[in-house]
Design a protein around this ligand. Structure first.
Ligand code: UDP
Ligand code: MG
Length: 314
């Protein structure tokens, strides 16, 4: 019998966990596959860890990987992939926004030989108007800027086969990353399933608009070199502008005698420096990414595990 690993990232979800556990267990107990439920505790500061420990103690199929501190949602999903042993790995949130009722459909798609199953939300009932608009704008931009294509309504709810997991584990250990983006661009046989995102059952969203913004910037830098080329375009543009100003200056000199251009000079200097600093800033961002990759610090640090036999060094 095939096994499915359900990876759940948990960060301060003590209020949502009992309900989630009930719901997911009900679905998995009826599923045609064997299962393991792998919780990754991302440095929760509330009672989540105690809850998870109790769940792991009562059922050997409930596994737990606990981080030494908060490393972020993506790090938690990566750890989930690392420690998973199933033939299929499903990543989902602990707040029931990703309905466990979708799992049988995912398993059916996997039975048909799909390696990458992307869950596409048809409606996001809990995201506000601004978040929705920002998300649509972001996907437009990233699809225009990079040579890979992103599904706009894809979520962190997805499933990957063992073979795809091995690729992700081996070759996508970047420190600045966009896991969802990698998953969508692995290739293999893919399927897209639709689902309606539920409302967060309890607790609150850990993604603020500011966090999302820095996430978006990092993703653009990580998937596109186009911003770097901005320097070349700006150079050509300002070069042309300089040439025109030169022609104008010669012309006034011939007509009036003394070339007068104090205001012009001030305006041009401000403009040029603005462009210059912007480009230096963009280069700085890329250097920061290079620096982070070079230091090669761990994506996450595991403090302890429960019900996990194989040890994995990262
Ligand atoms: N999460 C995490 N680490 C974090 C932030 C969030 O593991 O630093 C988990 C969180 O517990 C939840 C999932 O990631 O299971 C999605 O987070 P959230 O629901 O806050 O995001 P939203 O659904 O609002 O985008
Ligand atoms: Mg959520």
């Amino acid at each position: 019998m095939k096994t499915v690993t359900v990876v759940v990232s948990v960060y301060n979800e003590e209020q949502a966990l009992p309900q989630f556990f009930e719901a997911v267990k009900t679905v998995l107990d009826q599923a045609v596959w064997d299962y393991e439920l792998l919780f990754v505790n991302d440095g929760s500061t509330d009672g989540s860890l105690e809850l998870l420990e109790r769940m792991a103690a009562s059922d050997g199929r409930v596994k737990l990987v606990s981080f030494s501190r908060n490393f972020g949602h993506e790090a938690a999903m990566i750890a989930g992939l690392d420690y998973s042993s199933g033939d299929l790995v499903i990543c989902m949130d602990a707040d029931l926004q990703h309905p466990p009722e979708c799992i049988p459909r995912i398993l059916a798609a996997a039975e048909e030989g799909c390696d990458v199953i992307t869950m596409v939300r048809t409606r996001n009932r809990s995201a506000g108007f601004i978040k929705e608009l920002a998300s649509a704008g972001f996907y437009r931009l990233i699809n225009a800027l990079s040579d890979v294509q992103f599904e706009a309504n894809a979520s962190d709810f997805f499933a990957v086969s063992r073979r795809a997991v091995e690729v992700l584990k081996g070759s996508y250990r970047e420190k600045v990353r966009f896991l969802r983006g990698y998953v969508q661009n692995l290739g293999f046989k893919r399927a897209k399933l639709e689902y309606e995102a539920g409302i967060r059952v309890a607790g609150e969203s850990k993604y603020s608009l500011r966090k999302l913004f820095s996430f978006a910037v990092n993703t653009i830098l990580c998937f596109s070199n186009l911003p770097l080329r901005l320097g070349i375009y700006a150079g050509i543009l300002t070069g042309g502008l300089g040439f025109l100003v030169m022609l104008y200056t010669i012309w006034t000199w011939v007509r009036v005698g003394t070339p007068d251009g104090y205001a012009t000079i001030v305006v041009l200097i401000c403009f040029m420096f603005a462009v210059l600093f912007l480009i230096v800033g963009i280069m700085g961002e890329y250097i920061a990414i290079l620096f982070a990759e070079m230091k090669d610090r761990p994506i996450y640090i595991v403090e302890r595990t429960e019900n996990i036999s194989q040890r994995r060094a990262t």
